[in-house]
Design a protein around this ligand. Structure first.
Ligand code: R2B
Ligand code: URA
Length: 294
């Protein structure tokens, strides 16, 4: 984190309890986390474990018998450390993920980790792309198609920029190998159903099928290739913190063709694997470069 962004009030705490992680600064966080360079996060605890396990295989890091182990408490988030990689779940939506971002950024700071990159590795609905395609976000747009994340603080609404690190996005895309992946704008909303213009929520929507399609087409023409529920808050947090950040999401369906996620569990696992592999190939390449340059 850049020093100008660091919260000075933290210096007043004798111990900082990272409550949702079940960690605190009374623990030897340096010993537990020093050397971490990549924080990968995605919505589900199962996918966090799968990514950690694959990271161990891909990077040749030994894990205990029985597989990777969580660190801290797992009531809210599941956190794994595999060599230079943290894999952690963030739950669904910006409020949940924002809690993780604050505690994870502090954790990296307290552990003395330098030059850490945050990469969201998630799922999304594609807009005009074949299901299974991985979208590496160029920018995070909100549900109004604006390059902004709006947050209410002390009763006032503030708007934060949501630019992402273009070079990092290019570097991750370049590691895709045989996996279908492309750059695109990622829209993040506060809801899966009406917030994403679905017609399959519980309540009668106020919009028509034609209005739904017109909006999705407009989004597509504006460069949106996928829709999820975290991009604006993720991009805004990392930009404020000075943390290089990327969003790499697989697409589970093409929203121009429907609203329901109909793929089989096997297909969904493959789609999720696509995004995780792209990111792990990128990390392996970077670590290879570091070794070659040493
Ligand atoms: C993608 O998938 C979740 C909703 O199903 C949400 O966290 C997101 O961004
Ligand atoms: N996640 C979302 O937020 N939307 C989708 O359509 C699929 C996954």
């Amino acid at each position: 984190m850049k020093s100008e962004a660091r919260n000075p009030h933290l210096d007043e705490l004798d111990i900082d309890f990272l409550y949702h992680l079940g960690l605190n600064t009374g623990m030897d966080l340096k010993n537990m986390f020093s050397g971490v360079k990549y924080v990968c996060m995605g919505g589900s605890a199962d996918r966090a474990e799968a990514l950690a396990q694959k990271a161990a295989e891909e990077l040749g890091v030994a894990v205990p018998e029985g597989g990777v182990q969580t660190i801290g408490k797992t009531e809210r988030f599941s956190l794994y450390r595999v060599g230079p990689v943290i894999s952690c779940s963030h739950g669904m939506g910006m409020p949940s993920m924002s809690i993780l971002l604050h505690e994870m950024a502090k954790l990296m700071d307290y552990a003395g980790c330098q030059d850490v990159q945050f990469i969201r590795v998630g799922t999304s609905g594609g807009v005009g792309v074949e299901p299974g395609t991985v979208i590496v976000a160029e920018e995070g747009l909100n549900g109004k198609l604006q390059l902004a994340f709006e947050q209410v603080e002390l009763g006032e609404t503030y708007s934060y920029q949501t630019r992402l690190d273009r070079q990092l996005a290019q570097d991750i895309l370049a590691a895709r190998g045989d996996i279908r992946a492309q750059l695109g704008k990622t829209m993040g909303t506060d809801d899966f159903y009406e917030g994403q213009g679905r017609l399959d929520g519980a309540l009668k929507p106020r919009y028509t099928e034609a209005q739904r399609m017109a909006f999705l087409r407009r989004a597509n023409e504006a460069g949106v290739r996928n829709i999820e529920m975290e991009a604006p808050a993720f991009a805004a947090f990392c930009l404020r913190a000075g943390i290089p950040a990327a969003i790499v999401c697989t697409t589970l369906l093409n929203r121009l063709e429907g609203d329901q996620v109909r793929s089989t569990p096997e297909q969904l696992a493959q789609f999720s694997d696509n995004a995780q592999r792209v990111v792990l190939r990128y990390i392996r390449g970077q670590l290879g470069k570091a070794v070659a340059g040493a």
